[in-house]
Ligand binder design. Structure first.
Ligand code: 5GP
Ligand code: MG
Length: 179
């Protein structure tokens, strides 16, 4: 099992790139089947989902649009302590099937915000695709529709996911080694 160091932390490989590609192919096949004949807008959530979205979309055979959004959060402005903004939604989604492409769902807070922001634009339906899902950390009651891997509540990097900005370019997924 390959292991590597990013900054001060050690990570060991937990999902090999070949396995990820197989999983991405299975999700794409399900989407191709389930969303046939619908007007679909795929929305990838930057930065983390860029690699998953790219690989997934190469295998999507639907006549669809693809766009990206970014969520920016900063603390200390509002009374709740954090403010989240959604940037870059310039696709018309009213009356369309929206498919959100996420890298990982942890507590679910980010996606919960995205869901309520998108719902204001009146899409017909919203489907959620995530490569990784941490059920033990999840705090909401919506459900991701397509999940690549359910993983334990541990920190992972690679395949779009970073540690302190690094590791996004790794083609496999690595889990933090607690030392
Ligand atoms: P949530 O709002 O669901 O708690 O967290 C979602 C965001 O937190 C993800 O989009 C990602 O940016 C970050 N995140 C959550 N868990 C991990 C993880 O294990 N590794 C990395 N690199 N980022 C994570
Ligand atoms: Mg993300």
């Amino acid at each position: 099992m390959e292991s590597l160091k990013i900054h001060d932390k050690k990570f060991s490989e937990s999902i090999h790139s070949k396995k990820i590609q197989g999983t991405v192919g299975k999700i794409a096949a399900q989407l191709n089947h389930d969303l046939k004949d619908k007007e679909v807008v795929f929305i990838g959530v930057l930065n983390g989902a860029f690699m998953f979205a790219s690989d997934l979309m190469k295998q999507i055979q639907l006549n669809c649009r693809i766009s990206f959004i970014k969520v920016s959060s900063y603390a200390g402005i509002s009374s709740t302590g954090s403010v989240i903004n959604l940037i870059g939604l310039n696709e018309v989604i009213k009356g369309k099937t929206v498919v959100i492409i996420e890298d990982i769902i942890d507590s679910g807070k980010t996606l919960n915000f995205i869901l309520s922001a998108l719902k204001e634009h009146e899409p017909t339906e919203i489907k959620i695709v995530t490569l990784l899902f941490k059920p033990a950390a999840f705090k909401f009651n919506y459900k991701p529709d397509y999940v690549g891997y359910r993983i334990p509540n541990q920190f992972v990097v690679g395949y779009g996911l970073d540690y302190a900005g690094f590791g996004r370019n790794l083609t496999s997924i690595y889990t933090l080694v607690n030392e």
